[in-house]
Design a protein around this ligand. Structure first.
Ligand SMILES: Cc1cc2nc3c(=O)[nH]c(=O)nc-3n(C[C@H](O)[C@H](O)[C@H](O)COP(=O)(O)OP(=O)(O)OC[C@H]3O[C@@H](n4cnc5c(N)ncnc54)[C@H](O)[C@@H]3O)c2cc1C
Length: 411
């Protein structure tokens, strides 16, 4: 088991510098344009694919890095480059993780490569869980999957919302209800293969930030997928449902155990979002530091004023603290340590709130210029707002932390 370390090893530093080079030379210069266009930056994704930065191999390597620092390091550098473009690059990973977590080896081998395509024909994938009436409250999901035994097909009906890459993806991973009696334990995940009839894109959202990332509704009307598209397979699902029914009969204590098991899975993915937030916060802090050193008022650089310098001191301190929480949680997840105190949620909560605060302070330090689109901190502040919302809002993270610490069903 890898010891916890606060320093990247030489190999990791090399990878970090390589990603940083792409973020600085390709992503940053393209950021304002794609933010204005509000479209998926396909040429940038293609550039990333050409050098291997958009590929299954690369993310698998980082995902299985035994120190746990591969993914946070990658996320921080990409989101330092630009959050909207970075989400277009890593959004496919959300769907890929859905398959890695629940799929058989055969399903992983068949579908995950199709999610990325190749450098000549780049593809993206979408993970569709949220619905208009089921955001934080995942158990309220209504999209139904019904098994047609005669044809060995599943029939999916419902409307998904807020899906990153929804409708433009080659492969969609869709979470649906197979047993409404069992709450979130009655859900299962399905692959919807490319060009499946019945799946269409609904509304594409015009957003406040991360505008280079495509977010849309996904409508499923009598979508028929073969039996082998149920992730994990039918036997495993039947066993899981039988166990859940038994536990449900066992009363509140039984449900408590079921919920905690699901919670542990979500916990493990949250530090990655924390790392994205650290990247955006660091980018804004660096802009503010540079500006404060060069902008002169009253005959001296504005950083000469404690009122400005102390803000920068606080910004940097919070960013470093956020990174440490993210690295701790990532290391715990990869080494199989239990999040006894909801450390995954802590890292996401602190890092996302830090990004919002730091990007707002950066605008203040840049004064009028910070408020314009001539300088990137305005975009960074709009982008940072997403981190306290997706993958569990800050309020939901606080609920998870408070419930874990107290053992009480706090509402
Ligand atoms: C840009 C973007 C990309 C996204 N990408 C995806 C994706 O790829 N796939 C996907 O499935 N989903 C995606 N989402 C959905 C995202 O995960 C949800 O928006 C999020 O879970 C919150 O759900 P909601 O928007 O319905 O808010 P709601 O759940 O309606 O929450 C509204 C407010 O009420 C608060 N609240 C709710 N319940 C409680 C409670 N019990 N205690 C205290 N406060 C509470 C929330 O914290 C929030 O402040 C994306 C969202 C956005 C905006």
């Amino acid at each position: 088991m890898a010891e916890f370390t606060m320093e990247l090893n030489d190999e990791q530093k090399e990878v970090r510098d390589w990603i940083h080079g792409f973020a600085a030379d390709v992503m940053r210069p393209a950021a304002a344009e794609w933010d204005e266009r509000e479209e998926t930056p396909w040429p940038v994704i293609q550039e990333a694919a050409k050098i291997g930065l958009y590929s299954l191999d690369f993310y698998a390597q980082q995902f299985f890095d035994p120190t746990g620092l591969g993914i946070p390091m990658t996320m921080e550098e990409l989101f330092w480059g630009d959050a909207g473009i970075a989400l277009s690059i890593v959004g496919t990973g959300l769907a890929a993780v859905g398959v890695l977590a629940n799929g058989t080896e055969e399903q992983i081998g068949t579908w995950v490569p199709q999610m990325y395509g190749d450098a000549h024909d780049v593809k993206v994938a979408a993970f569709c869980s949220s619905e208009p009436d089921a955001g934080s409250d995942v158990a309220s999901m209504r999209t139904r999957a019904v098994y047609d035994e005669a044809k060995d097909e599943w029939v999916l009906n419902g409307t998904k919302t807020w899906a990153t890459n929804g409708g433009i993806a080659n492969v969609h991973v869709v979470v649906a209800v197979v047993d409404p009696e069992l709450g979130s334990k009655g859900h299962a995940s399905f692959i919807v293969p490319p060009n499946t009839p019945g799946l269409s894109q609904g509304q594409k959202f015009k957003k406040h930030g991360i505008r280079a990332s495509h977010t849309a509704e996904v409508v499923l009307e009598n979508v028929r997928v073969p039996g082998h598209c149920l992730l994990g397979g039918k036997d495993k699902l039947d066993e899981r449902l039988a166990r859940a029914r038994e536990r449900a009969k066992g009363g509140v204590g039984g449900w408590g155990r079921v919920k905690n098991a699901a919670m542990a899975t979500f916990e493990a993915s949250r530090p990655a979002v924390g790392a994205m937030a650290v990247g955006t916060a660091r980018a804004a802090y660096e802009e503010a530091l540079e500006y404060a050193r060069t902008r002169e008022q009253f005959g001296r650089p504005i950083i000469d004023n404690q009122g400005v310098a102390f803000q920068l001191a606080d910004m940097r301190t919070q960013i470093d603290a956020a990174r440490l929480l993210v690295w701790r949680a990532s290391w715990m997840a990869v080494t199989g340590k239990k999040f006894e105190s909801a450390e995954g949620s802590m890292s996401k909560l602190f890092a996302s709130e830090t990004a919002k605060k730091v990007t707002a302070q950066a605008i203040q330090i840049l004064g009028g210029n910070g408020f314009t689109r001539e300088y990137p901190v305005e975009r960074m502040h709009r982008d940072a707002a997403i981190y306290t919302i997706f993958e569990g809002t800050s309020e939901i993270q606080r609920l998870v932390i408070a419930r874990t610490l107290s053992g009480m069903p706090i509402r």
